[in-house]
Design a protein around this ligand. Structure first.
Ligand code: MLT
Length: 329
């Protein structure tokens, strides 16, 4: 019996090794996106899947959306997925924020995933519905204060980028009556509600707002980067929050690629090599930069540096959340 079990384990080990040698093979590689289709994270994942299809010969990269709970439902699913390289996750600052906000999570962000490299850095924008009675950041701030407790702000769930940005910005207003928060499964549906005037305000990634700002379907008031985005044809028209007196306000969110813990080293190498090639793809870069994102081109494309970066972000956010004492659960 013991001999048989050894043989089975040997065979299983051999199968994984053999699969790793032939990865990706014909089976699709799925990028799980923790938010609704059509939003900024979905956008990055779909553009990357296209570039990876060129970068990894024979690779069939597809995207699947699993929205909910600020992205933690998808993260739990991927942490528990078969570590064969065919189930991956594209996620953002939520990877660092949710362990601080949720005291009970179905995964450990630093232990249950393989870090495959960072993808991009994305500034955020403070935007409002087209009917909002304000046209400059000053008007906007005064309008919020004059209507304290009467206005609402949309976000993509507790721990999402739009939630974190909204929280950080509102904390600068020092108004007693906060805005009502309206959660969505992603900022794609939230954007539809904003354009329709069903919600008043949102802080969202430029990759989701730039086109709507350019077309006039929403209003924009400021960018969250330390400096204004002076090189961007659309976003250059808006001040940075620091210029508006919000000292030290500097928020850029980032996206990375992740696999379940235990994914074979050979598979991680194929995926990381593919990612590095995709990040140099002129078409991918053009699409991302057109929407205000910056494609990562530094040591964070290396798995170990990616993990180090996220661990540092996690510690920073945990300190802020513990100081505020506000948790999602
Ligand atoms: C999305 O793709 O919907 C966003 O990344 C959500 C968010 O975190 O704000």
């Amino acid at each position: 019996m013991k001999h048989a079990l050894t043989l089975i384990a040997l065979a299983a080990g051999l199968t994984v090794a053999a699969q790793a040698q032939t990865f990706p093979g014909s089976k699709p590689v799925t990028f799980v996106v923790p938010f609704a289709a059509g939003g900024p994270t979905d956008r990055v994942a779909r553009d990357l899947a296209e570039a990876m299809r060129k970068a990894v010969p024979g690779g069939n990269f597809v995207v699947e959306n699993t929205a909910g709970a600020g992205g933690t439902i998808a993260a739990t699913k991927v942490a528990k997925a078969n570590p064969d390289g065919h189930t991956l996750m594209v996620w953002h600052i939520g990877m660092a924020a949710t362990p601080a906000l949720y005291r009970k999570l179905g995964y450990k962000a630093l232990e249950d995933f393989e870090y495959l490299g960072m993808i991009n850095d994305v500034p955020m924008t403070l935007v409002g519905k087209p009917q909002l009675q304000a046209n400059t950041y000053r008007d906007f701030e005064n309008h919020i204060r004059a209507n304290a407790g009467k206005l609402n702000i949309a976000h993509a769930g507790l721990g999402s980028a739009s939630h974190i940005c909204g929280l950080l910005w509102q904390s600068t207003l020092q108004t007693k009556d906060a805005m009502t928060t309206i959660p969505f499964g992603g900022t794609a549906p939230a954007m539809t509600a904003l354009m329709g005037g069903q919600v008043d305000v949102m802080c969202d990634q430029t990759t989701n707002t730039t086109a709507q700002i350019e077309s006039g379907r929403i209003k924009a008031f400021a960018v969250t980067t330390a400096k204004p985005l002076s090189n961007h044809p659309v976003l250059k028209h808006y001040p940075s929050l620091q210029e508006m007196g919000l000292k030290n306000f500097n928020l850029t969110i980032w996206h990375g690629l992740y696999a379940p813990k235990g994914t074979p080293a050979e598979v991680i190498k194929v995926l990381n090599d593919g990612l590095k090639k995709a990040l140099k793809d002129p078409e991918f870069i053009k699409k991302q930069e057109g929407l205000g994102a910056i494609v990562v081109n530094d040591k964070r494309v290396e798995p170990a540096e990616h993990k180090k970066f996220v661990a540092a972000e996690m510690a920073k956010i945990k300190a802020a959340v513990d100081a505020a004492g506000k948790y999602a659960d």
